[in-house]
Ligand binder design. Structure first.
Ligand code: SAM
Ligand code: SF4
Ligand code: SF4
Length: 335
């Protein structure tokens, strides 16, 4: 079928597949413990996509022009036998790039197996090197040491690591320099992300956003940075490199400088719903169609139709849409 474009002319470039909605952290900006406590009902196994279904979807998306694939969650390393899924996806041979996003806590356990399954790149989320702030942000669950051990284990087996940092005003802006220095020392590219109004429970206010521009100013007080021309249309991060080295930082300004016009990212939740925007509501239930036995041509036609009808640009229209209360939760759709 080849490349499909949406109503605004945007092709699908990128697919994010959530492999579980469960998580071992309770980050305040994603799954605050007051809401996602012990009583919260996560999806039962029968209602999440099997590895075969995920692999089939990845193949169909690649036929429609998708070149990048990211495995996410919830916490993807909680999904049993994840390295097997990684192998199935790598064996497709259809993607230029396959990566995983993780909170890093179980990484020291799985790094070797993931690498042996064919994975090359991992993004680890790390919002603070200061124990008290880290614990405050992740709901009191995990220590910095556990995550840094995971990062070191991943590097030692040959995985390429990137760090994602969400900066919230009044919470962890004092960590911009320490995390950048940590990344710089280990040669890990580091991306700083503005706090977003995803889901319905993270008490987002624009006053809590520490802008990408301000993050850059803080970084420039310590590092000599020069801008990098984006390598492809639709690249989400504005990238900078340190003069005289290959170390990079990225800034993701979803709030202050939205990039909807170039957004070519499709997402599939663990229960097999296709979302065409991070701020969508219900998505399109593709899993129930797949379980009725539709063939690949029909499935491709369905996904193509979902994409071609897409006109999302939530971040550009944020001021008009503010107060929307039925957005999909981040741990469900995977970031
Ligand atoms: N559990 C994994 C992790 O934390 O890396 C993967 C899923 S998590 C939903 C994916 C990414 O979304 C993480 O890098 C996380 O920091 C980011 N994220 C979650 N809530 C966010 C928010 N409100 N604003 C900005 N980024 C957020
Ligand atoms: Fe879990 Fe990731 Fe959400 Fe934190 S950001 S609660 S680690 S899914
Ligand atoms: Fe893409 Fe939606 Fe984010 Fe805009 S708001 S960049 S359309 S995911």
């Amino acid at each position: 079928m080849g490349q499909v474009k949406d109503i605004l002319g945007r092709p699908i470039r990128d697919l994010r597949v959530s492999v579980t909605d469960r998580c071992n952290f309770r980050c305040k900006y994603c799954m605050p413990a007051e809401i996602f406590g012990p009583q919260y009902a996560f999806l039962p196994k029968s209602e999440i996509l099997t590895f075969e279904e995920i692999t089939r979807l990845a193949k169909i998306f690649s036929f429609l022009g998708t070149v990048k694939l990211r495995i996410t969650g919830g916490e993807p390393l909680l999904r049993q036998d994840l390295p097997l899924l990684v192998k199935m996806l790598c064996d497709l041979g259809s993607y230029e790039d396959i990566a995983l996003t993780t909170n890093g806590y179980l990484l020291s356990k799985y790094a070797r197996e993931l690498f042996d399954s064919g994975l090359k790149r991992i993004t680890v989320s790390l919002d603070s090197l200061k124990e008290t702030t880290f614990k405050y942000m992740n709901g009191g669950v995990a220590s910095v040491q556990g995550v840094s051990k995971g990062i070191e284990a991943a590097i030692s087996v040959g995985l390429q690591i990137k760090i994602n940092v969400v900066i919230q005003k009044g919470v962890n802006e004092d960590q911009i320099i320490p995390i950048a220095e940590y990344g710089n020392k280990l040669g890990i590219n580091t991306r700083f992300i503005e706090f977003m109004d995803v889901g319905n429970h993270n008490q987002w206010m624009k006053e809590k956003v520490f802008s990408a521009r301000d993050i850059l100013k803080v970084l420039q007080s310590k590092f000599s940075l020069e801008p990098i021309v984006s390598s492809y249309r639709g690249e989400v991060a504005q990238r900078y490199k340190e003069k005289g080295s290959s170390w990079e930082i990225g800034l993701i300004s979803s709030i202050t400088k939205p990039f909807c016009r170039d957004c070519g990212r499709a997402r599939v939740s663990a229960d097999g719903h296709v979302f065409t925007c991070l701020f969508g509501t219900n998505g399109f239930d593709i899993m129930s169609h797949m379980r009725k036995g539709i063939d690949d041509d029909y499935l491709m036609g369905l996904i193509s139709k979902i994409w071609t009808l897409r006109k999302d640009k939530y971040s550009e229209d944020r001021s008009l849409l503010r107060g929307t209360t039925d957005k999909v939760e981040m741990h469900h759709i995977g970031g």
